[in-house]
Write a protein that binds this ligand. Structure first.
Ligand code: DAK
Length: 257
């Protein structure tokens, strides 16, 4: 697939996808989402990639879904729009997914970042769900993921009163992992992703699955799920390798099986 709206590269086991519609502040249109999902799924299936990273540019991660594209839509247009499927596919990526966020992460941009597993925020990052100003509400998980991350009181304020979070607040309220300088935010995020990419691949994948299950099941079901995954890992060569490496005081060499 030829990409017109994103830039794609890989670095030390990290598959990097960069939104590239700078003039529209990386507004997420249908074409770009199709490209993003295609690239991410390619990386997800590539055994040489251990971690995925999505970013924008310094000024904007993404200022939301493309308002111009959806302004005249009917409910049926929205329903039939493959756009929705792209967001569902994002959730199904198996490998850890890091968002490197600088500048605006608004509406669908904030929702995209929240659908990732971890967020590295530059000092200029701004997270918000301003859809209320357009006469709608978040439609790609904002009311659910934001509320789970920051709690009901703040989620209400952000969604009803367009209260935005700066990078420090995003970390304080549990939305982002860390704040880094704007000038080096992408390098720092890549370094962070490289660390994750170097972990035992099957364990990293199952860790993500288990943590995400915590949001969707009861504690009892979640604990049972975790235990099954834990036992499953004892069927991998990497578990034998990891424990042998510890016992023999050497560095483990992961095979991903
Ligand atoms: N869509 C389209 N174009 C956008 C845009 C957007 N979301 N945000 C910015 N742009 C464009 C502007 O129109 C402008 O283009 P030109 O006029 O130059 O052609 C260019 O980017 C630069 O923007 P500004 O001139 O406005 O720049 P400023 O620095 O003055 O302001 C701003 C930056 C980010 C504060 C402002 O642009 C702004 O408020 N943007 C809109 C933010 C917003 O409301 N975002 C939420 C959109 S609704 C769903 C999936 C997703 C969604 C819903 C459902 N399903 C799967 C069901 C998501 C919905 C949304 O995100």
């Amino acid at each position: 697939m030829e990409y017109a709206n994103i830039l794609v590269r890989q670095e030390q086991g990290v598959g990097i996808v960069q939104f590239n519609r700078p003039k529209a502040l990386n507004a997420l249109n249908r074409e770009m989402m199709a490209e993003v999902m295609h690239a991410l799924e390619q990386f997800d299936a590539d055994p040489g990639i251990g971690c995925l990273l999505v970013t924008g540019n310094e000024r904007a991660f993404a200022a939301g879904a493309d308002i111009k594209e959806m302004a005249q839509a009917t409910p049926v247009d929205m329903l039939n729009n493959p756009f929705i499927d792209y967001w569902d596919r994002l959730r199904r990526l198996a490998k850890p997914l890091v968002a490197a966020v600088s500048g605006f992460a608004l509406g669908g941009g904030c929702e995209f970042a929240m659908a990732c597993d971890m967020i590295v925020a530059s000092e200029s990052a701004q997270f918000g769900q301003p859809e209320i100003n357009l006469g709608v509400i978040p439609g790609a998980g904002g009311t659910q993921r934001l509320t789970r991350a920051v709690g009901k009181a703040l989620a209400m304020e952000m969604i009803l009163a367009d209260r935005r979070l700066n990078a420090d607040e995003a970390v304080r309220y549990g939305l982002a992992n860390r704040v880094v300088p704007v000038e080096s935010y992408l390098d720092e995020a890549i370094r962070f992703a490289v660390t994750i990419a170097a972990q035992a691949p099957v364990a990293a994948r199952l860790a993500k699955e288990a943590i995400n299950a915590a949001f969707e099941t009861s504690l009892q079901a979640g604990l049972a799920h975790e235990r099954r995954l834990f036992y499953l890992l004892f069927s991998t060569e990497d578990q034998k390798e990891g424990m042998d490496a510890f016992v023999n005081k050497r560095r483990a060499a992961w095979q991903g099986r």
